[in-house]
Ligand binder design. Structure first.
Ligand code: NOJ
Ligand code: NOJ
Length: 546
């Protein structure tokens, strides 16, 4: 498997999104028009609500309701089982976590155990950081009392392995100039990978810094100490591991690099936004460790990178309703800009419980441009992948892939398929949206761009001509709409249920025609993204019930 650069794509169109862009105000289908004002009047929402409820009872095969009963036990049971399996399968892919491993270094997270067709038996900085971050969250959920998997030991072995990887001279460079930190992948025994690849990838240091900072924050929260002798204490980890990664960002955020899909050398929303989050966490840590000078360096870089993201980058052009992952590709007419990576960016760069993230880091889950992006991806991919066709017209989600123009089939180049990561990520975004709205009693805002996909899913059969639908938290319909969003999110997980094998094994992709597992088997990140989606499902349900 070699990395490649798409050079001569010609003009690819995101068929449906192009159409909806051209006619943004023609979502008018039915007869009633609810204006923003009308909906906010309680008497109108009242009669509207009864309409909603009857619509709901008739059209939903629900797996969950607000009273906490679970009519669809099968699905609920499967979710729980698969949630637990997922965390085990992540840990199985970490060297030394469940016993000694011969050819995998302690703390090395392999992307998959598969050594051929395709060979993913490597450690990717990105996959490792993202999945270990989920283990940190699980440790938090257990209140730092995970007796089952001994997660502190597993996480600390990952941190120690990161310390070693950082210092390896590799094809991207070395530790002295920091350039080596942009190396995307290493051998399982933690030696450099010397083959050709799309490098550097500049998201790795930020993602790693986020995960390790989260672990330090957890130690602080539960008043715990580092157990590993070699890692000494939090201050050692901050100085020797987190700081080099943050320095890397301050030095290289304005240089181009390969995207998370390892194909395009340019500027990417996923890379920039996760770098920004890492700098923000670094600002907090540097204050805690009284590292004033470095704190100032971080603040300066943070402001510059934030300005780049909001103004210069083109990630959110004023005439586009959705976020653009790699603006240079759109400028050259090679892609439409829609990419699941933009949603992943929001999810990795925002801790939804942290108000500062919402205030200072662009594109929180409640920012309309984020749901607009998901809606446009859904509107495209429900047609693009034949396995979705049988569901068109039903109030459900669809199998989603990376980006419309994708041609990586999991082994080589032909046609792109739906991915487990993308489909689980859609669910997670909606759960987090419901969670945030509900926790903050924030109005639900549905934009015309979201209408096409949401009008089938939400109990609203009206028309809107280019206006947002705003439902205040005081309206009776508020919880009904949040419930239907939850059910919508569930349907993405139902798709995953349909396509895993009998033992819940997940590969990277599933076939766009047959739905069978495709691409590398047991991809660590697939399990991670599923685990995280189900974690947020529980949190969102609890938030709505309270
Ligand atoms: C491997 C990369 O990881 C994948 O994202 C890419 O699409 C293929 N190489 C293309 O060859
Ligand atoms: C291909 C994906 O495009 C990339 O994001 C990932 O890091 C590698 N596979 C390893 O899973």
């Amino acid at each position: 498997m070699r990395s490649y650069r798409i050079e001569s794509f010609g003009i690819l169109i995101c068929f449906l999104s192009a159409v909806s862009l051209a006619i943004p105000s023609h979502f008018v289908e039915k007869s009633v028009l609810f204006s923003q004002k009308l909906l906010e009047q309680p008497d109108i929402t009242k009669s509207w609500t009864s309409h909603l409820i009857s619509y709901l009872t008739h059209s939903w095969q629900s797996s969950y309701d607000t009273k906490g009963t679970a009519p669809n036990d099968d699905f609920e049971e499967w979710l729980e089982k698969q949630h637990n399996r997922a965390v085990y399968r992540i840990v199985e892919n970490i060297g030394g976590a469940l016993g000694t491993t011969d050819d995998i270094a302690d703390g090395a997270v392999i992307a998959s155990p598969s050594r051929f067709h395709p060979d993913y038996f490597y450690q990717w900085t990105r996959d490792a950081a993202i999945t270990v971050n989920y283990l940190v969250q699980r440790l938090d959920d257990s209140k730092f009392n995970d007796t089952e998997l001994d997660l502190p030991r597993v996480i600390e072995s990952y941190i120690l392995n990161s310390y070693r990887l950082q210092r390896l001279t590799n094809p991207s460079g070395n530790f002295e100039t920091l350039s080596g930190l942009g190396e995307p992948k290493f051998m399982p025994d933690s030696t450099p990978f010397s083959g050709p690849w799309g490098r550097p990838q500049r998201d790795g240091p930020g993602l790693r810094a986020i995960t390790i900072s989260n672990y330090l924050n957890l130690l602080e929260k539960y008043n715990q100490e580092i157990s590993s002798d070699e890692l000494h204490n939090s201050s050692f980890i901050y100085e020797q591991i987190i700081k080099p990664d943050l320095r890397y960002i301050t030095k290289y955020w304005s240089s181009s690099g390969f995207d998370l899909w390892e194909e395009i050398d340019s500027y990417h929303l996923f890379t920039s936004l996760t770098q920004l989050k890492a700098l923000m966490m670094g600002m907090e840590l540097s204050s805690r460790f009284k590292d004033q000078e470095f704190h100032t360096t971080l603040v300066v870089a943070f402001n510059a990178l934030r300005f780049f993201i909001l103004v210069d980058s083109g990630f959110q052009p004023s005439d586009y309703p959705f976020l653009i992952e790699t603006p240079s590709l759109v400028a050259k007419g090679r892609r439409c800009g829609l990419d699941m990576a933009s949603i992943l960016a929001t999810l990795q760069a925002h801790d939804v419980d942290n108000q500062d993230d919402t205030l200072f880091i662009p594109f929180p889950v409640t920012d309309s441009s984020v749901m607009n992006t998901l809606s446009a991806l859904v509107d495209d991919m429900k047609y693009r992948y034949p396995i979705n066709h049988k569901y068109i017209g039903l109030p459900v989600g669809f199998a989603l892939g990376r980006y419309p123009e994708d041609i990586y089939d999991g082994y080589g180049i032909s046609e792109g398929n739906p991915w487990f990561i993308s489909t689980a990520t859609a669910a997670e975004l909606i759960y987090k949206l419901v969670y945030s709205l509900s926790m903050n009693s924030q109005s639900i805002v549905i934009t015309p761009q979201q209408m096409k996909s949401l009008s089938r899913v939400l109990p609203i059969q009206y028309v809107i001509s280019g206006q947002n639908l705003v439902v205040s938290s005081k309206a009776e319909s508020y919880n009904v709409i949040l419930d239907s969003l939850l059910k919508y999110a569930d349907t993405f997980l139902q798709i995953i249920k349909e396509h895993v094998d009998a033992d819940g094994h997940m590969s990277e992709q599933f076939n766009r025609y047959s739905g069978f597992l495709e691409g590398v088997e047991d991809l660590t990140w697939s399990y991670g993204s599923f685990w995280s989606a189900t974690r947020w499902r529980s949190k969102a349900i609890a938030a709505v019930q309270n």
